[in-house]
Design a protein around this ligand. Structure first.
Ligand SMILES: Nc1ncnc2c1ncn2[C@@H]1O[C@H](COP(=O)(O)OP(=O)(O)OP(=O)(O)O)[C@@H](O)[C@H]1O
Length: 300
């Protein structure tokens, strides 16, 4: 079972919200979709779910589009949360899961297991409007996974959650992946993406700018962070070509450089100036890569 997005384009009037997107997500993968606001993530999710038709290209799960007849195969946590405030958690989940074809007794049993896992068994008979936003989100998550979908789409699952609930949700997502669920999620929180996903795509104004295995991307990415400790002032490096930023520390500096060649040249420069106690080249963080690739630059 594979999610296949093949050269997809989605146009709203003159605006190309998604442009030339191709990707495969294999069964059991945890796939991250990154991009600034308006990059085209939600539009892509809607096309995966069959809620929007691509202008060009195709999207299939296990060889076929996800039409309404196949909604039981997929779970979706939308970015704009949509629960009925006046219903109780139980009523809400029974209603939504009946639409997926589940039996009421099964719904209640699995719902109790999830409420227990999230340490809120007492919410069963509470109205949605009585719950805090973060807790409503846990219920919305349960609504996306209760029917045990093959493919799970999570649009900004961690937004608005406190650290304890973020960890709880992250663990739940990891457990589902271990069980074989294929998961595609978007997040603005790079730490969550770094901890969770194996493969990712970065979109900028609808176009893919970076794609592949997270570890390989970081390893092969040109930009590096260098941590230097030296017995003399490193400020003079600021003017060196290829140095993107220089932050002085107590006994040295952290320097961001354009590529490995600049790092190598820098090594010789600092050694010539005086005694160097430490010179360590580190891979960039996903945050750095995101700003570099998907951030909005003024010269375009
Ligand atoms: N139904 C629509 N009609 C017209 N334009 C739309 C529609 N849906 C999305 N767009 C446009 O498509 C582009 C991509 O929007 P989309 O919601 O997919 O971005 P996103 O990456 O999910 O952003 P965010 O991180 O803010 O949620 C935007 O320019 C948006 O204005």
């Amino acid at each position: 079972m594979t999610l296949v997005i093949n050269d997809v384009q989605k146009q709203f009037g003159k605006n190309k919200a998604v442009d030339g997107l191709s990707l495969n997500v294999e069964k059991g993968n945890m796939f991250g979709m990154l991009g600034a606001n308006g990059a085209g993530k939600t539009t892509t999710f809607r096309m995966i779910l069959g809620l929007l038709d691509p202008t060009n290209g195709s999207v299939t799960w296990d060889g076929e589009p996800l039409s309404y007849k196949r909604t039981h195969l997929v779970g979706y946590l939308p970015e704009e949360r949509g629960l009925y405030p006046k219903l109780t958690v139980k009523e809400q989940l029974i209603y939504l899961m009946r639409l997926k074809g589940m039996k009421k007794t099964d719904i209640v049993e699995v719902m109790r297991a999830w409420l227990g896992k999230f340490q809120v068994p007492e919410y069963e008979n509470k109205k949605i409007e009585e719950l805090s936003k973060g807790n409503q989100q846990k219920i919305q998550f349960i609504a996306a996974v209760l029917h045990d979908p093959e493919l799970l789409i999570l649009d900004e699952p961690f937004s608005g959650l406190d650290p304890v609930n973020t960890d709880m949700l992250r663990e739940a997502v990891q457990d589902l992946q271990e069980k074989g669920t294929t998961i595609v999620f978007s997040s603005h929180q790079m730490r969550n993406v770094e901890e969770l996903c194996e493969d990712l795509i970065m979109l900028k104004r609808g176009k893919p700018v970076l794609q592949g295995n997270l570890k390989n991307i970081k390893r092969s990415y040109g930009m590096k962070n260098i941590s230097i400790r030296a017995d003399y002032d490193l400020q003079f490096l600021d003017a060196t070509p290829g140095i993107l930023s220089l932050d002085k520390t107590k006994d040295g500096a952290t320097v961001k450089v354009e590529n490995e060649q600049v790092a190598e040249d820098l090594f010789y420069t600092v050694a010539q100036e005086g005694f160097v106690r430490k010179f360590e080249v580190e891979e960039p963080s996903l945050h750095d890569i995101f700003i570099d690739e998907a951030g909005d630059d003024e010269d375009e």
